[in-house]
Design a protein around this ligand. Structure first.
Ligand code: ATP
Ligand code: MG
Length: 433
């Protein structure tokens, strides 16, 4: 084993060979979010620990087991495990909720959770997320779901299922929590230790337990939809109608409660079966109580988080198209030291015109340069030797077709590289004399 320090478990590098995949999804999510009228927001990587305790919730796995917290100078901070809490905190702190509502923001950020690393489950992962604050309308729910769906469609994903549920408001949930408590109490001794505690503090969380034994017990638990109050029920109905009108297919899954405490009414997940057990590519919902809970006015809001590693994994699995990796437009091969200043000038003039240009930086032999030019897959090649400099003429070689074109280096001959027209004499200045 080579003796260098390795990256921590559960983290990933994105090398230049992979970056085009990230650029593809980042471009799609940005463009789609902007087309829905969402603006980008950037928030700190760490926040006061209390922010997550108060929002994500003390009884959740995230807060109980997964947070990376440090005490620095006597203050406790946590690397953000998700994006909503920090975003809402930023909206409050920057007075955004006192401006025209709704406020609609999106973000692309890294999240940190101390989980058991496996495919699609990392300790540092990336989320694209949106938050829409200021609307209680079920059409806002439909809009946010449609935004996620548009992204998944645009990147070309197939077989993605949308599951929706309503977990009600505090009023209907109180009755449901009682029913859950009564039901699970019968099986108290069989529950895992965490769930024994959940039974007392937050029975809804029992439905979210990953232990197979507890899941088996949860199978016959009472269903939230039977406990919804009039308002929550109408909200859920209207959302379904709106989705049908938009031809968005969905399944009602009363078992979805989501892993964070702040949700109310609508919750939803987009799930794929193509990447194994970690199939939730996107999860979100409404959190009408959160802003008030964090010290703001009562402002209804909702959002989602989309796991970008899982999205890319699914795209790879399904053979979806990515943007072309960037490659060199023109490679300049100086044959000797005399040609090097001309290569430098020509490369720079090309760059100023938006052409990606490179030239030999290692003083390689001509043969080695040709090998390198092939390896980096350049579109065009120009060889610069004493002949070219003396006569002010050279050859532009299209590396794909092998076609060569005479070009004058000292006249106004135009050089066409697919998308731009460049005068070589302008670029070379006086160098070709
Ligand atoms: P899961 O049930 O898979 O643990 P979650 O309910 O914890 O997901 P959220 O907190 O809602 O997930 O986060 C939103 C999205 O972020 C998830 O749907 C998933 O795509 C992604 N995600 C969550 N945790 C991880 C992780 N550890 N590694 C990679 N992606 C993750
Ligand atoms: Mg989780």
């Amino acid at each position: 084993m080579a003796n260098y320090i390795k990256r921590p478990n559960g983290t990933e590098d994105v090398t230049p060979a992979q970056i085009h995949k990230w650029k593809t999804v980042e471009t799609v999510v940005r463009q789609t979010a902007e087309s829905f009228g969402f603006s980008e927001i950037r928030v700190p990587t760490f926040e006061a620990t209390e922010l997550f305790q108060r929002s994500v919730g003390e009884t959740t796995d995230v807060v109980q087991k997964e947070m990376y917290s440090v005490i620095a100078k006597e203050t406790q901070f946590t690397l953000r495990p998700e994006g909503t809490a920090g975003t809402i905190r930023a909206m409050l702190q920057n007075g955004m909720l006192a401006e025209a509502l709704p406020q609609k923001v999106f973000y692309i950020l890294s999240c940190f959770r101390h989980e058991r690393p496996q495919a699609g489950r990392l300790r540092e992962f990336h989320q694209f997320g949106v938050e829409l604050a200021g609307s209680a309308s079920p059409y806002a729910d439909a809009e946010v779901i449609l935004l996620a769906k548009t992204i998944l469609d645009t990147v070309g994903l197939k077989n993605i299922r949308l599951n929706i549920n309503s977990i009600g408001c505090p009023a209907c949930r109180a009755k449901y929590q009682e029913a859950l408590k009564a039901y699970f109490s019968q099986y108290r001794e069989q529950l895992c230790d965490t769930c024994k505690e959940r039974l007392e503090r937050n029975p809804l969380r029992l439905l979210d337990c990953k232990s197979p034994e507890d899941q088996a017990i949860a199978k016959d638990a009472p269903i939230i939809l039977d406990y919804l109050c009039e308002e929550c029920s109408t909200h859920f109905e209207t959302l379904q109608q709106a989705l049908r009108e938009m031809n968005v297919e969905f399944t009602i899954n009363p078992k979805i409660v989501r892993g964070l405490d702040y949700y109310s009414k609508t919750v939803f997940e987009f799930i794929t079966t193509d990447i194994g057990a970690q199939g939730t590519v996107c999860g979100g919902g409404r959190y009408d109580g959160l802003i008030e809970q964090l010290g703001g006015q009562s402002v209804p809001a909702l959002g989602f988080g989309m796991g970008l590693e899982r999205l890319i994994l699914t795209m790879e699995q399904q053979g979806c198209a990515f943007m072309e990796p960037g490659k060199c437009d023109v490679y300049l091969a100086p044959m000797d030291d005399q040609a090097r200043p001309a290569a430098l000038r020509l490369a720079n003039a090309l760059r100023e015109m938006g052409v990606r240009a490179e030239f030999d930086l290692l003083g390689r032999t001509f043969k080695a340069q040709m090998k390198y030019a092939n390896k980096i897959n350049t579109k065009y090649l120009i060889v610069l030797g004493s002949d070219e400099l003396e006569h002010g003429a050279g050859k532009l070689k299209n590396m794909q077709t092998g076609e060569q074109r005479e070009i004058r280096l000292d006249t106004n001959e135009h050089f066409t590289a697919d998308y731009t027209e460049i005068s070589l004499s302008e670029m070379l200045g006086g160098s070709a004399e």
